[in-house]
Write a protein that binds this ligand. Sequence first.
Ligand code: ZN
Length: 302
Amino acid sequence: MIQNMEYVVAVDVGGTDIKSALIDRNLMIISEKVIPTPLSGNTQEKILDSLIELVAEYSKIQKVSSVGVSFPGIFDDKNGICIWSENLIIENFHIKDLLEKRIQVPIIVRHDVRTAAIAELRIGAAKNTDNAIYMSLGTGIAAAIIMSGSICASNGYAGEIGHVNVNGKFACVCGKFGCLEAASSTLAISKAYASLSRTQGVSTEKIHSLVLQGDATAMDVWRDAMSAIGRACEILVTLLAPEVIVLGGGLSNAKAALLDPVSQYLADSLSFQQRPRVELAHFGSKAGVIGCAIIAFELLPG
Ligand SMILES: [Zn+2]
């Protein structure tokens, strides 16, 4: 079967790292690599160089038929332009056009969260639903809003739940105060722990393991972060009545420590609203690369 011999490169550019994979038609990962996202100097040029290099490396393993890339921030899916990313300090980055000049196969670049949501909607935790929310909880926080089977983009500005005020205690990168992202992103959890424990640079993974060990400071920080996510979910449920809320991104690696408190918050806070299922992303933090592969294969015939 000729069709089964096609391979695509999937690249999910995040605020902390760039996840990439060589993926076949059955969406099996053949090879994968994670590199840090360049965050200093000329980040646009460095990100482009990293993507070109990754495609070149995978091309040594198999012939690459197309490339799917996902990118954070306010993103124009139609034209492949990052309008603004506060975490990458990028503005008006015509990434699709620039990559097309240097990569000789078809390429598609889309918003990271909406791309991960495609994977969860088609074959993951939101499969067989018409109305769903996919929330990505990582260095940044954003949601993909799926209504009647379609993902709302609204010129790239829809779904910015990370910048809803949840009465948080911290200033946000967007310039406002009290945003969800400043309370519950992986970066925010580390910062909150640092301010209470006076220990800098402790990762969310480490804080999660301290929570499991019953560390009081870590548990305080975690509780605040989870209730802010629960509050944001309450707003989404009240406005949009999704059948399911899928929790993804790096924080979803915490599994029950994320799912249980958010589910409990909703159980306690909702009254008349339609109660959604709350689930962890089926593909975990790999939803992004799987979504990139799906959109890359859509560029190819068959
Ligand atoms: Zn904000």
